[in-house]
Design a protein around this ligand. Structure first.
Ligand code: ATP
Length: 323
């Protein structure tokens, strides 16, 4: 039986904590609603979900560019966007907003000016030089990938404790993507930076992320260590000729079940072994995510390390106070 309470519950620091978080863009419908989760510090967290799920909204809130309409979001224990928090957070938005009339050198100078006492000039210049970007080139003349490189240099030069990346690699060629990913991971490992990466490229995330936040329809569906979330599920394949759900599945939660001819394939959140002549295996991250995305009605799962520690969250959900 997979008991999540036995799995890693490191009592370390908290990078992000949302409690009852809700957000809307002006008077539009809710982009996020009733989101409660925690991301421990030092993790590399994949933020995944379908188009319009609320990923960019969540990153904007964490960066302090937007305020919650309800509930709250804390970054390292302070209100997101607060004066004590902002210098510790870097955000690379999807459209990489940079000043088109600035040169590459101007942009790096701006980084130094905006981050007194923190700016890693040598590191930022190294990233820029790696891409053969001429210091005198105007930002407006750079290719999409070159702008991404400059935006990453600006973000990493800030030596952030929390790095928020919104689909950062989508316009990079495979070689540069590989190089940038390695660089980000080296930074994260060396400085213990918490990284949250929103991306649709699951293969890329699987390689680098140890934590997962799956958002769909503005709600959190899965949160926790990738390993723990995977090991809480089983992929079950076998012959099934009767109508309805196999009786052997009754003790478990069926996230998704599909039948092709006489073959049934199901993703279960298991509570003990699955009885019967089924082929049972651990799902890959992709299988886990796809099954949850195809089944919006499946109950959400927060690993213990992803549960907020705020007493009000625990009281509201009837959970016991943290020890
Ligand atoms: N500026 C805006 N004005 C109005 N509604 C918005 C705005 N930005 C986002 N939304 C809405 O908020 C919801 C969440 O959008 P968000 O951009 O956060 O999703 P996402 O998960 O990042 O999507 P994608 O994968 O397509 O980038 C969507 O319904 C979207 O239409």
């Amino acid at each position: 039986m997979t008991d999540l309470t036995d799995l890693t519950f490191a009592p370390g620091r908290t990078a992000l904590e949302a409690v009852g978080l809700g957000a809307r863009h002006r008077r539009h419908r809710w982009a996020l609603r009733e989101c409660s989760f925690r991301v421990p510090a030092g993790r590399v967290c994949a933020l995944v979900g379908p188009n319009g799920a609320g990923k960019s909204t969540l990153l904007s809130l964490a960066a302090g560019l937007m305020r919650p309409a309800e509930g709250r979001l804390r970054v390292f224990g302070g209100e997101a966007g607060g004066a004590g928090v902002r210098p510790r957070v870097a955000y690379v938005a999807q459209d990489k907003p940079l000043y088109p009339d600035f040169t590459v050198a101007d942009t790096l100078r701006m980084g130094r000016h905006l981050n007194p006492g923190r700016w890693d000039a040598a590191g930022a210049e190294r990233i820029v030089r790696g891409g053969d970007l001429s210091p005198g080139a105007r930002v407006g003349t750079l290719s999409g990938g070159q702008r991404t490189r400059l935006a990453l240099a600006l973000a990493l030069g800030k030596r952030p404790e929390l790095l928020l990346l919104d689909e950062p690699m989508s316009d990079l060629d495979p070689l540069v993507r590989h190089e940038m990913t390695a660089l980000l991971m080296a930074e994260a490992a060396e400085r213990g930076t918490t990284v949250v990466i929103a991306s649709h490229i699951l293969a890329e995330l699987e390689e680098v992320c140890d934590y997962l936040l799956l958002v769909a329809g503005g709600r959190v569906r899965l949160a926790g260590e990738v390993e723990d979330l995977i090991s809480a599920h089983r992929l079950v394949v076998g012959r099934h000729e009767e109508a309805g759900t196999p009786r052997a599945f009754a003790p478990h939660t069926v996230v998704e079940s599909r039948t092709t001819g006489r073959q049934l394939t199901a993703l279960l959140r298991t509570d003990g072994p699955v009885a019967g002549a089924w082929q049972v295996s651990e799902p890959t991250l992709e299988e886990l995510l796809l099954a949850h995305l195809r089944s919006p009605g499946a109950p959400p799962l927060l690993a213990p390390s992803a549960e907020p520690r705020t007493p009000s969250y625990r009281t509201a959900t009837g959970r016991k106070e943290a020890a």
